[in-house]
Design a protein around this ligand. Structure first.
Ligand code: GDP
Ligand code: MG
Length: 166
């Protein structure tokens, strides 16, 4: 199996931390230059029987709804519609206007996982139920994964969950 995965979300939710943990230090082949006209490959992780290609997309412009920004956002949305899985990252328990703007720009037909990151900061896990309900009202998710990008076992679980979608 081989597939492409994009990581999206507003600033500071932990996208870079997650990307680095997913790609890993020893087993990654990273490249800064564009590999294709559409995708910037950030890292490749090879596991027994599966290859995960993590790609970088330019961020959505959510601050000003200018014609240029709308056009840039359409280009990002179009790129995201050609990957196997989109990881939509939020901070567990927090779903603000900036998160919602990004979520609404994801292509309708994409396979999207809700990554509720920084779960280590949530004391009472019961608090997450209303949060998951709220986010799920904006769109349906193929998987909902509460996790910490800093916990290796959570990274392994995410890779296992990605596998059947590649
Ligand atoms: P990005 O802007 O979405 O790329 O976010 P970063 O990866 O730069 O992370 C933003 C901050 O959140 C950094 O200080 C990270 O160390 C921290 N962070 C990322 N993941 C976790 C997590 O699972 N738990 C905690 N407690 N902090 C995290
Ligand atoms: Mg970052």
């Amino acid at each position: 199996r081989c597939g492409m995965i994009a990581i999206v979300g507003r600033p500071n939710v932990g996208k870079s931390t997650l990307m680095n943990a997913l790609v890993g230090q020893k087993i990654s082949i990273t490249s800064r230059k564009a590999q294709t006209t559409r995708h910037r490959i950030t890292g490749i992780r090879t596991e027994a029987g599966a290859q995960f290609i993590f790609i970088d997309t330019p961020g959505f412009q959510t601050q000003h709804a200018t014609a240029l920004n709308r056009s840039l956002n359409r280009a990002v949305t179009s790129t995201l519609s050609s990957v196997d899985v989109v990881l939509f990252v939020v901070e567990a328990g927090r779903f603000g206007p900036d998160d919602e703007k990004v979520l609404k720009l994801l292509p309708a037909n994409a396979v999207v996982f809700l990554i509720a990151n920084k779960i280590d900061r949530v004391g009472d896990k019961g608090d997450l139920l209303p949060f998951v309900d709220e986010v799920s009202q904006v769109r349906e998710f193929n998987e909902i994964i509460p996790m910490s990008a800093k916990r290796p076992e959570d990274i392994q679980h995410l890779l296992t969950t990605l596998m059947p979608h590649l």
